[in-house]
Design a protein around this ligand. Structure first.
Ligand code: NAG
Ligand code: NAG
Ligand code: NAG
Ligand code: NAG
Ligand code: NAG
Length: 771
């Protein structure tokens, strides 16, 4: 465990999270909670009551300035302190305030909520074939060309082949967004139709540029997975070779840069991006950013996504990279589609051949061909600079090794922090063999010099060999792509349910490929960003729920190209009920790891039935969850929602969600819950659906009626599911399912029964994390 501790103390937190988070989450899982607290800035976001009398943006802004003036003492001070006025999607403003002023503001009549601005962290395309969206998939090109996908990320690389506009017509008429020429940014085209940046605090980032350009590579990667053009023969120096493409290659891309290299992504910038995207006319929003707040009304992604939902736009977000602990899932609002990361059927391995003839298989991407058959091999702890650095030398930390004893040699090190390959290289080492018991071996880190990582057992073999001879030697071979058993598994780093937002909603919703994904990259950063790295590539491999998210956002855009009028909930339902089920034998956390299963875009186009819902039902759900009218005002724009007016008793969760999640009361012997659902027929007019129930042991599940007879398209029919479950051990989870089957369609809903710890939910991470 000393590795973990070292990692925490020495890691330059802000600048490197983006790329490195997916690689070593087990070590930094605890970190996410520790930072945030001292990050509070003096920027606040104030949400105002929606006033039907003042709907013009200028009126709203003036009114907000009036209110701010009364707190600040003068109009001049109010103008100075207000950095942004949100008037297009919702009524709010961002301003620099003292804590006292924020408190005063909160007490004012028209103000519904004031929250501090915080920073969020960011947490090939073979993957499309793997989930069944081949190059030859049926497309509705006429509509797909009018689809606009929006991403909130680190910016984009306009010159990338993935965003060239050959063959594209002018932007769709509905597009109202903007793009301009900025520093280091060549501008938009007919494929990349929008690019803006938001940095409302105007603080210069020494590692970034006030421009939509992507200096980190993350946003370029996610955008090309979402909607990038077909690019043939894409690879990372020959690895993962194939045709790179997005889900909807004919769609248009709009980038809203909100994440900054040194700072992360702030609430006020995220909300400004939501407002812009809603106004600009995007169809689906993809957010590969962590969000760990429990409450739906203090989380900017949850708030923004609610407003987007009201305007018919689905928000898809990553579940976070804090797995495999339970209760870590982020972005868990029921109006958000929450995505876990699964692995595909390949891995990247490089062999370490030792001087004694033994070959050991390590993980990682090392694109270097060895120039010698063997190199001298030493262990870091044996080549310390002096006795006092011996402990650090086991981890090959900076300044701990003696350059004279490292030069020309391979070095064996325990993994304490990333970037050791660079440290060893700087002092003349040939390469690095890392060993760790904590690393999750399901994603491959990229090395800047010959390198690989092996587990503790294999590490011991190497260590024993080094100390068994006076002239130990070895070599690291160039990485090879290996076929892995196709059983879809959820990545260890992918955050798990249950949701800390509600005991009645299953999260994550769905899984999609997020391990070793090849997609476009920025020319502004080397592959690792480490000192001395000279590897640059137009495509690279990344892992994380960040990579899974645009796969599902892409599937949503694909569905929307066939059904442009469907609501966000309808599209979401289609994706969830048609997912390929995954196995609990492979993924022991079951639905808490993968939700409904692996996304299947082609099936999602014809779901047969959908579970639709809108603002009304979500509001009712929030009332049921105990939110009162003043906290709801942030979402609905008015304090006048009267929760007591909603009729109680429309089921356990008050939602029309495509999955069901029952949390048991610990002291109760038997818990009974009724789930009320309404399905809309979007398949053949005349269809009969019969129910099949699969109930886990100790649980009784019944459905009424058992058959649904539809006679027309868009007809709605309701049914009830009654779940009776015996008490279970704390934190135990069992699952079953309800499947509606017609002659053409299979509509599947997982049913999860969970026994919370001490009858209460685990609270999960309070702070932002993940990528
Ligand atoms: C941006 O452009 C300026 C001026 O051409 C250049 O000096 C700078 O290095 C560029 N920044 C990056 C990150 O490419
Ligand atoms: C494909 O890419 C590889 C690696 O970059 C290169 O060696 C090869 O020549 C390319 N093949 C074609 C047909 O362009
Ligand atoms: C290390 O990897 C080897 C080979 O893949 C495997 O047999 C062994 O069980 C692993 N050890 C641990 C502790 O995971
Ligand atoms: C509404 O809920 C919030 C947050 O739980 C609480 O602070 C506030 O006092 C409540 N207001 C009323 C009127 O109950
Ligand atoms: C549904 O059930 C009815 C009555 O049991 C049966 O006649 C019908 O064939 C079933 N349909 C399907 C598609 O299984």
């Amino acid at each position: 465990m000393s590795g973990a501790t070292k990692y925490v103390h020495t890691f330059p937190l802000h600048s490197l999270l983006l790329l490195l988070l997916p690689l070593l989450l087990v070590l930094i899982g605890d970190l996410a909670g520790a930072i945030g607290d001292d990050e509070q800035t003096d920027f606040y976001i104030a949400f105002m009551q929606h006033d039907p009398l003042f709907t013009a943006p200028a009126d709203q802004k003036n009114m907000n300035l009036d209110i701010l003036s009364s707190v600040k003492g003068s109009l001049h001070d109010a103008q100075e302190s207000m950095v942004y006025s949100y008037t297009k999607g919702f009524n709010a403003f961002a301003a620099k305030l003292s804590q006292d002023e924020a408190q005063k503001l909160l007490g004012m009549d028209r103000v519904v909520h004031v929250m501090p601005n915080r920073y969020h962290k960011l947490q090939t395309t073979k993957s499309w074939d793997f989930i069944g969206l081949p190059l030859t998939a049926k497309r509705n090109l006429k509509m797909e060309r009018d689809i606009i996908v929006g991403l909130f990320d680190t910016g984009i690389t306009p010159q990338s082949e993935s965003f060239k506009d050959d063959g594209f017509g002018p932007p769709p008429a509905k597009w109202k967004g903007t793009c301009g020429h900025f520093a280091n940014f060549s501008g938009c085209n007919k494929k990349l139709i929008g690019a803006r940046y938001f940095k409302l605090d105007k603080v210069t980032d020494p590692n970034d540029i006030f421009s939509p350009v992507d200096v980190q590579g993350h946003g370029t990667h996610t955008s090309s997975t979402f909607a990038g053009n077909l690019v043939r023969n894409a690879s990372l120096f020959g690895l993962a070779q194939g045709t790179a493409r997005g889900a909807v290659p004919s769609a248009r891309v709009a980038m809203y840069k909100v994440c900054w290299a040194s700072f992360g992504c702030s609430d006020m910038d995220l909300l400004a991006a939501f407002e812009a995207a809603i106004h600009d006319g995007v169809d689906v929003i993809s957010i590969s950013i962590g969000g760990g707040y429990i409450s739906y009304v203090v989380d900017s992604i949850s708030i923004g996504a609610f407003h987007a939902m009201k305007k018919g736009i689905l928000t898809v977000a990553s579940a976070g990279n804090s797995g495999p602990s339970l209760g870590t899932v982020m972005n868990h609002a029921p109006w958000v589609l929450t995505v876990a990361a699964s692995g595909i059927d390949r891995e990247f391995r490089s062999n370490v051949r030792l001087g004694n003839g033994k070959t050991i298989s390590g993980v990682g991407v090392s694109t270097f061909n060895p120039k010698q058959a063997l190199y001298p091999l030493v262990s870091g702890e044996d080549v310390a600079r002096n006795p006092s650095t011996k402990e650090d030398a086991r981890f090959c930390l900076e300044n701990s090794l003696d350059p004279a004893k490292v030069k020309g040699r391979l070095v064996y090190c325990k993994l304490g922090e990333w970037g050791i390959d660079s440290v060893v290289r700087q002092i003349g080492g040939v390469g690095t063999i890392l060993t760790s018991d904590n690393f999750f071996f399901d994603s491959a880190p990229i090395f800047m010099a010959p390198g690989t990582i092996v587990n503790g057992t294999l590490g011991e073999i190497i260590d024993n060999y080094i100390h068994s001879t006076r002239s130990s030697s070895g070599v690291i071979d160039r990485t090879q792509e290996i076929k892995k058993l196709p059983a879809p598994f959820v990545a260890t780093f992918s955050s798990r349910g249950p949701s800390s937002g509600s005991q009645r909603v299953l999260k994550p919703d769905i899984a999609a490929p997020g391990v070793n994904i090849l997609a476009a990259y920025t020319p502004l950063k080397s592959l690792t960003g480490l000192k001395g790295d000279t590897q640059f590539s137009k495509f690279t491999l990344m892992s994380g729920t960040s990579m899974a998210c645009p796969h599902v956002a892409g599937a949503a855009a694909y569905v929307k190209s066939f059904h442009p009028k469907w609501s966000p909930a309808a599209i979401k339902s289609a994706i969830i009920t048609t997912a390929n089920s995954m196995s609990r034998r492979v993924n022991k956390e079951g639905e808490f790891a993968y939700g409904a299963g692996q996304v299947n875009p082609t099936r999602a186009v014809n779901p047969g039935l959908i579970y639709d819902m809108g603002e009304m039902l979500y509001t009712q759900f929030l009332c049921h969850e105990g939110y009162n009218s003043s906290s709801l005002a942030v979402l609905v724009g008015s304090k006048s929602i009267d929760c007591s007016k909603f009729l109680p008793g429309i089921g356990y969760d008050d939602l029309n969600y495509p999955t069901m999640h029952l949390s048991l009361k610990s002291k109760q012997q038997i818990t009974t819950a009724v789930f009320q659902r309404t399905v809309t027929n979007v398949g053949a007019a005349r269809s009969v659906y019969n129910a099949t129930i699969r109930a886990p042991r100790g649980v009784e599940i019944t459905v009424k009626p058992r058959s649904l007879y539809f006679t027309r398209v868009n007809q709605k029919l309701s049914y009830r599911v009654v779940v009776r479950a015996k008490a279970m051990a704390s934190t135990q989870m069992v699952s079953g399912s309800l499947v509606w089957k017609s002659s053409r369609n299979i509509v599947r809903s997982p049913i999860v029964i969970y026994s919370p710890e001490n009858g209460n939910m685990k609270t999960g991470n309070k702070e932002r994390g993940g990528i």
